[in-house]
Design a protein around this ligand. Structure first.
Ligand code: HEC
Length: 129
């Protein structure tokens, strides 16, 4: 029930630009900047229908081209309910998400404990010749 209230609240925030009294319990939602919340709401509804949101969010994909391919592929799944307008909003959210993910990945590259990630393993684009 709480999740539904949160989603309605997030969707409402697009027009009201405020959502008093409601604190997100989902880490993903909490880290979403206010200007991409409406897009996140579309993503959260559409991309959680057949699998959890962790599927896209933990996929490690941070490349707009890959997201375009994936969203098109998911949209073609029978009964996806994803419209052309939805995919525009979803791709906008995933673009912001990818920027954030790349930033977090580069921060972990600079980790002082020497556990740095191999720069060649940064994602699909990193492996291209
Ligand atoms: C109609 C059902 C459906 C919807 C809606 C849907 N997906 Fe999927 N998704 C699937 C199926 C089926 C798979 C494949 C599962 C498997 O292979 O185990 C999948 C897998 C994935 C994967 C993992 C692919 C991989 O190779 O591991 C990602 C990423 C993904 N979806 C992203 C999304 C995104 C983003 C959205 C919203 C735009 C979305 N999905 C909406 C059905 C759906």
């Amino acid at each position: 029930m709480r999740a539904i209230v949160l989603l309605l609240c997030v969707a409402g925030a697009a027009t009201l630009l405020a959502c008093p009294g409601e604190r997100s319990t989902e880490p993903e939602a909490a880290s979403v900047p206010p200007d991409v919340r409406a897009d996140y709401a579309v993503f959260a509804v559409r991309c959680s229908k057949c699998h959890s949101l962790a599927r896209p969010l933990n996929s490690g994909i941070d490349d707009d081209g890959y997201w375009k391919t994936y969203v098109a592929k998911m949209r073609r799944q029978p009964g996806s309910g994803i419209s052309a307008d939805d995919s525009v909003a979803i791709l906008r959210f995933l673009h912001a998400f990818s920027l954030d993910l790349r930033r977090r990945k580069s921060q972990s590259l600079e980790a002082p404990d020497g556990s740095a990630v191999d720069p060649g393993a940064q994602g699909p684009s990193g492996r291209l010749p």
